[in-house]
Write a protein that binds this ligand. Structure first.
Ligand SMILES: C[S@@+](CC[C@H](N)C(=O)[O-])C[C@H]1O[C@@H](n2cnc3c(N)ncnc32)[C@H](O)[C@@H]1O
Length: 226
């Protein structure tokens, strides 16, 4: 895996944010879950702590704890500066300022860092990179993918998106992707192409509005079932 750590911008969300981004019900949280592109989110640490069954995969897990920690420290001020320079791209409701955003994200990433060594040793964190995953067919009930697909629509092709979603549908009975906006906060131009193509291939694909909006207009997920 040729990922260079200096190209990664680690940014992690919490269990509460995952619940709202993906409209996860108490029943969903009992399922066997995959958090694909989990990065330094605290979803796995928090859910495991409350008895959930979740595997997170991400190419960033190939790096050592102190390397990921250092990369978070290096990129954190740049991300907060970028958000501060584009305040109107975000809805400042449950998170009220860039400073508070920083606190919330750092707390989640610190929970991830504290959990990473144990989770890596027990296989809850696995090094893997879309569009090919090292998991069995239908190993998971539900796969989640937050802030990778569609977010990087300018860097990841429609072919990459389709191959990645097909792979996620191979390993899980249902896939949810959030958000459907690009990093710049625009509707991803890939969404209609991907949805139409998946439907033509026989997948169920539907867009749902969720009770979470931080990026302005970013309150929709794509749900796919094989
Ligand atoms: C912005 S972070 C999102 C982290 C987490 N899902 C969240 O919402 O808090 C994007 C993550 O995608 C990971 N990533 C990049 N390319 C990937 C690929 N081909 N397959 C899986 N993950 C990838 C990065 O390493 C990074 O951790």
């Amino acid at each position: 895996m040729g990922l260079k750590l200096k190209t990664v911008v680690p940014w992690g969300r919490s269990l509460d944010e995952y619940i709202r981004m993906f409209a996860l019900t108490p029943g969903d949280l009992q399922l066997t879950l995959l958090d694909c592109a989990g990065g330094p989110a605290s979803f796995n640490a928090e859910l495991t702590g409350s008895g959930g069954r979740v595997v997170s995969c991400d190419p960033i897990y190939q790096f050592a704890l102190n390397e990921i920690q250092q990369r978070i420290q290096d990129t954190y001020p740049l991300i907060i500066a970028g958000v501060s320079a584009n305040l109107n791209r975000y809805r400042w409701h449950s998170i009220q300022s860039p400073e508070q955003l920083g606190e919330v994200r750092l707390k989640a990433m610190q929970q991830f860092l504290a959990d990473f060594p144990n989770g890596l040793a027990t296989g809850r964190y696995q090094v893997a990179e879309l569009p090919t995953l090292p998991f069995g067919d239908r190993q998971f009930d539900l796969a989640l993918c937050s802030h990778l697909l569609f977010t990087y629509s300018d860097q990841l092709s429609v072919e990459f998106h389709l191959a990645s979603i097909q792979e996620l549908c191979r390993v899980a009975a249902e896939v949810r992707i959030f958000p459907l906006l690009t990093l710049a906060g625009e509707d991803s131009p890939l969404v209609p192409i991907v949805v139409d193509t998946l439907k033509q291939q026989g997948y169920e694909a539907s867009i749902h509005t969720v009770d979470y909006e931080f990026q302005r207009g970013g309150n929709q997920l794509l749900r796919i079932k094989p």
